[in-house]
Each structure stands twice: as structure tokens, then as C-alpha cells.
Design a protein around this ligand. Structure first.
Ligand code: ATP
Length: 631
């Protein structure tokens, strides 16, 4: 394996050092950290809504679990209050007057209650953890499925908008954080209840203890929230890099790209790249560590000072006789309990707040995705379509100066085969996306038997389309689902085998270990793999199986042998009468089968006609044909 030269060796090397990963800087709306303007008060004010949201989401997945959780929390809190209250009573007896046995006897009823309440507290705590265990997995699944579904449902154009993938990555983190949501909320709530109970008891003993106690814990609270903020800032700064690292990880380690990686000697560069990017992420994370340390040290010092004051105040109250010894002893227990509960409130409150930041990313992404879901009309498309008409249709990708399709007028009729040709980037694939309504024209219209695609339900349109895209998917599904895409037409496999035959794949499928039931993923146990051309044949079978009024094949035979290609084009001709067929191709010989050839350049149609007419016309088509013959 060739390792890229280091900076030192690069100096003596005649080749330049490998370039570091590109820096990705996002600007604009989605590049703004939502925390930049948030302050401590706003953060605290956010907790009730986070609790409300958590409850609502949990309620939607498991009502009984939520009821159990809430009941357990009330019980835990009450038990804590009872323990503290009766400890105070027991103290009064134990530190009161009389013999040891008389004092113990007097304290016994209170001690019994303390024991029972403590036991109830433990049991309800365990039940609360059980309820959390019931709710959380389903909550995570719901959030995960909501995210996958939202991404699958957005307009295709949404993927081209600035920062979409990064916001999706941030939302993915939100989904994983859902795991902690209920746990954090539950711990926060039970600490809060314990704290209120303890604070009540302390205030009853002497009011001055309460403000001192609060002052002792608040700095720790501020510290925890500030640390959460620093942590989130780091996370936010790393979103872009993590996103591209995740993509590269898949590309570099997937066996699909393994041959290219190895034979092109890319392993060294890819691992260098991966390490370099990971180190950049680490550097940002490490920069945050000293800030975190400063925050923790400062807030702990201030908190410790106030705690000292609390104990001093208690000593002063007891030594000056302002409170009795029994009360002072109870106060010690109360202060300890309240302090522990307050620290927990602060800790879990900060954790909850922290989690809420990630969840907010998830929610905001889901909201954005909902806004970017198709908002077109509800018109349906009948089973039979006779004509598709493009009326000065144009489309410009976001962030591009020039339109990819710059005003195309074209009419396709049932029974017709139209070949679309043109040089790379001339707008052929974009045109097919406009015809199928994957993209909606910015200007002009696309009409299916008079129905404007902007007014039609996209699902209704896509029920009538079949597409073999240039970059087709090799689904890790069984061979059967790779053809039907999970939409069987009959209970038997007749139509599936018909599609297999149409692309000449019967022999190959019959040789698979479990024929149509074979999992087509070498990476999975029991899975099998097809060759590149066989996968492409399967992608064609998938489109042919659908039997729709519109069939679009974008470079359908680029990986096929002549026999496969011949077979596909025979099939296209055989079924052409019942549909409109569009074939995008650079194999100009294949355009001979078309009724009409459309030549595109810079997003416009510059020539149209039959093969011989266009060759004789001496235009771009003739030039391209001549180039194919110049060997
Ligand atoms: N998702 C996208 N975002 C931005 N620009 C795009 C996108 N897809 C395509 N383009 C641009 O639109 C123009 C037309 O692309 P299109 O894929 O339609 O060309 P094509 O004729 O199909 O090319 P090819 O023969 O290489 O497949 C090109 O300039 C391309 O860079």
C-alpha cells in the first residue's frame, strides 16, 4: 500500500504532497448556529416546552408507559418528602430528652414510616426505569422513521438546496439523542420533586437556609448549561465535516468501490484524507476542552463558597440558640438532601437542555422537510395517457447561473419512441426529470393530456411512469423485489419472470442460489452478486415490469453486451405501441429505432427528425455521428 508522503518527505519528493480535505464553509440561513443569541435565561425558559414536547411524543407512542412513568414520579417525589419529613420527626425524638430506649421508642413510628417510604421510593424508581425502557425504543424508532420518511417525501429539488444534507446530518444526531430524551426528562422531574420536598422541609426549619442553598447550587447549574452550550457549538461547527466524512467512509469502505480504490492506488490517500478530516474535527473538539475546564472550575469555586456560607449559617443558628439541636441536625440532613436533589436538577436540567438542542435540529429539519414536501394540485392521471406536451419548459438548478433546460417545447404521442441525444451537460436528464414531474418547471408547463403537472398529485403521476435512471440503484433486496420494488401485481411470479425474460436474464436468475428469492447483496449473509451489466438489465426489467404509459430509459444499455442491448431494444419496440418511450443515449446507432430524434444543446432542442434526415442535415447530430465513426 502506498502511503502519501508526509510534509517532511514531500520536500525532497518531486511530486506535491496530497491536498488536505476541502474546507466546507456554509453561509446563509442554514449556516447559523441557533445558540449564538441564546442566553442562560432563555435556555432555562426552554425547559418546560422541552418537557411538554417529550411528553407529547412519548404519549403518541405509549400512553400506558407515560401514565406509569408520571405516576411513579409522583410517588417517588412524595416518598422523598415523607422520608425527609419523618426523619425530622425521628430526629426530634432521638435528640430530645429521656433515656436512650425511651428516645428510640419515641422515634420508632417515624422511623418505620421512613423505611416504608424509602422502599416505596425505590420500587417506584425501578418502575419508572421500566416505563422509560418501554417508551424510549419506540420513540427512537418513530423519530428515525419520521426522518427517513420526510427525506423520501421532499421535492427532489430540496436535495439541491444549500445545506440540506448538513441539516439532515444534524437531524440524524437528533434521532440518536432521542435515546436520552425520556431518561433525562424523567431524572430531571424526579430530582425537581425531591428538591421541592427537601426545600419545603428546610424552609420550615429556618427560612435563611433556602436562599443560601440556592446560591450554592446555581453556579453549578450555570456551569452545566454553559458547558452544554460549548459542546453544542463544537458539534455545530463540525456538522459539515462529519457529513462529508460519513459519505467518504461509505464510499471508501463499500465493497462496490473496492476495486477502484485498490487498482487506482487510492487506499493510502483515502486513509490519509479520513485521518486528516477526523483530526480537523478533533482539533475543534479539543479547543473546547480548556473552555469547559475554565467554566467548571470557576462555577465550582463560586458554588463551594456559597456552600461554606450555608454551613456557617447553620452553625451560627445552632450556636446562638436560634434553632434547637434537633432542628439543626434535621437541617443537616435536609441540606444534604436538598443539595443532592438541586445538583441533580441542575445536572439533568442541563442534560435535558443539551438533548433539546439536538432535538430542535431534528424538529426544525422535519419542519423544513414538511415545507419542502410536494405542494402541487390533487389532480389524478388516468391509466391511459395519449400525449405529453412541454410548453417552453425551463429549469435552473439552485445556485446555478444558467438554466439546465432553457425553454423546451416538445410533444410526445402514445406509440412514439423518441431518442434524446446531445453532449454531456446539455440537459437531457434534466429534461426527463421535467417530463416525469420529478422536477417542476420554473417557467413554462408540462402537460399530460392537458393536465399541468404543477396541478397533479405527484404520486398519481409517478404511478404512470417507469424510469431507468443513469445512476440506477442496486437494492440490497431479493431479486424479486429488485424487479417489483415491493409492488407485486399478482400472487404468482408470472409477470416477474416475464420481465426477467424481457431483459434476457432467465438463465442468470435461475443460476442464483435461491432464484428470485436470492438476496442481491454480497455484503449480506446468503447474498449473491450480479455483474454490472446484469444489474443494468435488472434495472431495465424493473421499469418494464411497471407497464406504464410513459417509459424513460436514460443510458439504459451503457454496461450491456451487444446481445443484452439488442434484446432490450427489441423489447422496447415490441411494447412501444401502448406507451410513450423516451431513450436518452450516447450510442447514436441505437437512435435508429426511434421515430424521432431530439438533439439538445445548452438546454435547448436544436435539431429534431429521423436518423437519416439528421445525418444529411449536417448539424450537430451529423457531427456526433461522424465522430463515432472516426476511429
Ligand atoms: N442536481 C444538480 N444540481 C445542480 N446542477 C445540476 C444538477 N444536475 C445537473 N446539473 C447541471 O445541469 C446541467 C444539465 O445536466 P444534465 O444531467 O441534465 O445533462 P445531461 O445532458 O443529461 O448530461 P450527461 O450526458 O452527462 O448525462 C449540467 O450543467 C449539470 O451540471
Amino acid at each position: 500500500m502506498q502511503v502519501p508522503p508526509t510534509a517532511a518527505s514531500a520536500e525532497s519528493s518531486p511530486t506535491p504532497p496530497p491536498p488536505p480535505p476541502a474546507a466546507i464553509v456554509y453561509e446563509g440561513k442554514s449556516g447559523k448556529n441557533p445558540l449564538e443569541e441564546a442566553d442562560f435565561r432563555k435556555m432555562c425558559a426552554r425547559l418546560p416546552s422541552v418537557l411538554g414536547d417529550t411528553t407529547r411524543m412519548a404519549w403518541a407512542v405509549d400512553r400506558r408507559g407515560v401514565v406509569l412513568l408520571l405516576a411513579c414520579q409522583m410517588l417517588t417525589g412524595t416518598a422523598a418528602a415523607v422520608v425527609l419529613g419523618f426523619t425530622a420527626q425521628a430526629m426530634t425524638h432521638l435528640l430530645g430528652v429521656g433515656t436512650v430506649s425511651e428516645r428510640l421508642h419515641g422515634a420508632l413510628p417515624a422511623l418505620t414510616v421512613v423505611t416504608a417510604a424509602a422502599a416505596i421510593g425505590r420500587v417506584s424508581g425501578a418502575l419508572a426505569a421500566y416505563a422509560d425502557g418501554r417508551i424510549t425504543p419506540r420513540l427512537v424508532t418513530e423519530a428515525d422513521v419520521a426522518l427517513v420518511s420526510a427525506v423520501c417525501h421532499v421535492e427532489a429539488a430540496a436535495h439541491d438546496t444549500d445545506g440540506f444534507a448538513d441539516r439532515q446530518e444534524a437531524a440524524e444526531v437528533g434521532v440518536t439523542r432521542t435515546t436520552y430524551m425520556v431518561r433525562d426528562a424523567q431524572r430531571f422531574m424526579s430530582a425537581l420533586i425531591r428538591m421541592i420536598a427537601a426545600a419545603g422541609v428546610i424552609t420550615a426549619l429556618h427560612w435563611v437556609l433556602l436562599p443560601l442553598l440556592l446560591l450554592a447550587v446555581l453556579p453549578a447549574g450555570a456551569g452545566a448549561v454553559l458547558s452544554a452550550r460549548v459542546d453544542y457549538e463544537t458539534h455545530y461547527a463540525n456538522v459539515g465535516d462529519r457529513n462529508v466524512r460519513g459519505m467518504m467512509r461509505w464510499w471508501a469502505t463499500s465493497s462496490r468501490n473496492g476495486d477502484e480504490v485498490r487498482a487506482n492506488g487510492m487506499t493510502g490517500y483515502l486513509t490519509y484524507w479520513y485521518r486528516a478530516l477526523s483530526e480537523r474535527i478533533d482539533r475543534r473538539t479539543l479547543t473546547a476542552a480548556p473552555r469547559m475546564l475554565r467554566i467548571t472550575l470557576t462555577t465550582s469555586a463560586v458554588g463551594g463558597l456559597f456552600l461554606l456560607l450555608t454551613w456557617a449559617a447553620l452553625a451560627w443558628l445552632a450556636s446562638t440558640g436560634r434553632v434547637g439541636l434537633a432542628v439543626a441536625a434535621t437541617a443537616v440532613v435536609g441540606v444534604q438532601t436538598a443539595l443532592a436533589a438541586l445538583s441533580q436538577v441542575v445536572l439533568h436540567g442541563a442534560a435535558l437542555f443539551h438533548t433539546s438542542l439536538y432535538l430542535a435540529d431534528m424538529r426544525s429539519f422535519l419542519d423544513t422537510a414538511a415545507e419542502q414536501a410536494p405542494k402541487r394540485g390533487r389532480l389524478t392521471i388516468p391509466e391511459r395517457v395519449d400525449e405529453i406536451r412541454l410548453d417552453e419548459a425551463a429549469y435552473r438548478y439552485p445556485g446555478k447561473e444558467e438554466p439546465a433546460v432553457a425553454g423546451v417545447s416538445l410533444t410526445l404521442r402514445r406509440g412514439e419512441i423518441v431518442a434524446v441525444v446531445g453532449e454531456n451537460g446539455s440537459g437531457k436528464s434534466t429534461l426527463t426529470k421535467l417530463i416525469t414531474g420529478i422536477l417542476l418547471a420554473d417557467k413554462g408547463r408540462v402537460l399530460w393530456d392537458g393536465t399541468d403537472l404543477a396541478d397533479a398529485d405527484p404520486e398519481a403521476v409517478w404511478k404512470r411512469t417507469a424510469l431507468v435512471p443513469q445512476n440506477f440503484a442496486c437494492w440490497p433486496l431479493r431479486a424479486r423485489e429488485n424487479i417489483t420494488l415491493g409492488q407485486p401485481r399478482t400472487f404468482d411470479d408470472g409477470p416477474v419472470w416475464a420481465a426477467v425474460d424481457a431483459v434476457g436474464m432467465r438463465e442468470a436468475v435461475e443460476k442464483l442460489p435461491r432464484q428470485l428469492d436470492t438476496l442481491l447483496a454480497r455484503e449480506l449473509f446468503g447474498g449473491a452478486e450480479l455483474s454490472g451489466g446484469q444489474w443494468q438489465r435488472l434495472a431495465c426489467a424493473r421499469a418494464l415490469y411497471r407497464r406504464t404509459p410513459l417509459l424513460i430509459l436514460d443510458e439504459p444499455t451503457s454496461q450491456m453486451d451487444p446481445r443484452g442491448e439488442h434484446q432490450i431494444f427489441l423489447e422496447i419496440k415490441r411494447i412501444a405501441a401502448e406507451r410513450m418511450t423516451i431513450v436518452v443515449t450516447h450510442q447514436l446507432e441505437n437512435t435508429r429505432l426511434a421515430d424521432r430524434i431530439v438533439v439538445m444543446q445548452h438546454g435547448r432542442i436544436i435539431e429534431q427528425g429521423g436518423y437519416d434526415d439528421l445525418v444529411n442535415a449536417g448539424g450537430l447530430f451529423a457531427e456526433l455521428v461522424a465522430l463515432t465513426q472516426d476511429r
